[in-house]
Design a binder for this molecule. Structure first.
Ligand SMILES: Cc1ncc(COP(=O)(O)O)c(C=O)c1O
Length: 381
């Protein structure tokens, strides 16, 4: 796990106040290079799922490493293009969007992944001569939080695979090529066996398209949210893909779209304690934040480690850590922390992905500032 220096955090809070998001650029680089190392025997391209965190400074860090982008809206595409990503390095996988947004992607020359059969007749002449990708729904149930499971029978995402014959008809009718297939079955998956089933589907349906150039395995790569937690075995996953490529025989590039794996543990939400109060049967710590800054604990029941960096040697006591919204906004229940006092700084860990990007102005409270740490240099970004 990436570690952050306490003294540096104290200095940053002194200068910029709180709440604050802090990102560690070196940690992002390490995460990227870990994927590259596991996939070293595979022709591959990593496309950062920028929905996880669209911060421009982070995008520059990843661009410098040679990373591409996975975008889900025209606004994300525009941001990526503005900072210099090439259209050919961008995959665009929108969900149930308007046909106009798909045309926008096709005309820019990014890799568009079409996720519904019904778009083809709507797109008609825009498809002529185009090389497109398909997002498939392989009807695979996957472990983990079902709010973020996206490849099962009841999911809105992707084209059901039993409609692929119809895609072949549309291909002849409208004159496009299918050069990519994409599957993403969910997030935070540590069970490689589950991911292997979607890889099997990709290779199986790739046989339908002679012109196939790439298979996009999506993401779902799990990270550790606490000591002893499981993360994905990337080497095993990559080895399996390598074997499938050998069996397949034809050259195809593998695309992978991590969000959380690249950014999750590189980000921290730093909060200050407003109040420590007694309830009927528990102690509450109220911090100057809430689900308006980090919604994952409330929306996904996600676990985030929380540390009282102001009192590291204090007695361990149990608290509910809550926000200051006029809502139920509990970050953690019955969590042991070193004794908390008003004014202490609490560090909420692994908050880099789906933290700031899902933040909002609810109760008219402002979003946190964002800080990038490069070695021991600090930038407001
Ligand atoms: C299509 C697609 N690709 C990639 C991702 C990134 O997933 P993760 O953050 O689990 O790596 C997501 C997340 O929702 C997604 O929907």
């Amino acid at each position: 796990m990436c570690q952050i220096d306490k003294v540096l955090i104290d200095d940053i809070v002194q200068e910029y106040g709180s709440p604050l998001y802090v990102y560690d650029a070196n940690c992002v680089r390490d995460n990227y290079l870990r994927i590259v190392s596991s996939f070293k025997n595979i022709v591959h391209k990593i496309h950062y799922a920028m929905k996880a965190n669209e911060n421009v400074a982070l995008l520059y860090v990843l661009k410098d490493l040679g990373c591409g982008i996975d975008a889900v809206s025209p606004y994300e595409i525009d941001r990526a293009l503005n900072i210099g990503f090439d259209p050919s390095d961008i995959v665009f996988t929108p969900s149930c969007t308007s046909v106009n947004e798909i045309v926008y992607g096709l005309e820019l020359g990014v890799h568009v992944h079409i996720g519904a059969l019904e778009y083809f007749p709507m797109l008609e002449e825009h498809l002529k001569g185009k090389k497109i990708g398909l997002r498939l729904n392989p009807a695979i149930s996957i472990e983990g939080n079902q709010k973020i499971a996206t490849g099962h029978l009841g999911s809105k995402f992707g084209i059901p695979v039993n409609y692929l014959n119809k895609v072949l008809e549309y291909k002849d009718k409208y004159g496009f090529d299918v050069i990519g297939l994409h599957i993403h079955t969910g997030s935070n998956i540590h069970d490689v066996e589950g991911l292997k089933r979607s890889v099997d589907s990709l290779f199986e349906y790739a046989k339908l398209f002679d012109e196939i150039k790439y298979l996009d395995i999506g993401s779902g790569l799990k990270i550790k949210y606490k000591e002893g937690d499981l993360d994905i075995d990337l080497d095993e996953y990559a080895h399996y893909i390598r074997c499938k490529l050998n069996e397949f025989g034809k050259h195809v590039e593998i695309k992978v779209e991590p969000g959380k794996y690249l950014i999750g543990n590189a980000g921290y939400l730093i909060t200050k304690v407003n109040i420590v109060k007694k309830g009927y049967n528990k102690l509450f710590v109220g911090v100057n934040s809430g689900f308006n800054h980090l919604i994952r604990p409330m929306y996904y029941d996600a676990y985030h480690e929380i540390v009282n960096i102001s009192n590291p040697k204090g007695d361990l006591l149990k608290y509910d850590i809550v926000g200051q919204l006029c809502e139920e906004d509990t970050f953690a229940r019955d969590r042991e922390l070193n004794e908390v006092r008003v004014g202490d700084t609490l560090l909420i860990k692994s908050a880099g992905a789906y933290g700031f990007s899902m933040a909002m102005d609810y109760n008219l409270r402002k979003k946190p500032k964002e800080i990038l740490i490069e070695d021991d240099k600090v930038f407001l970004v």
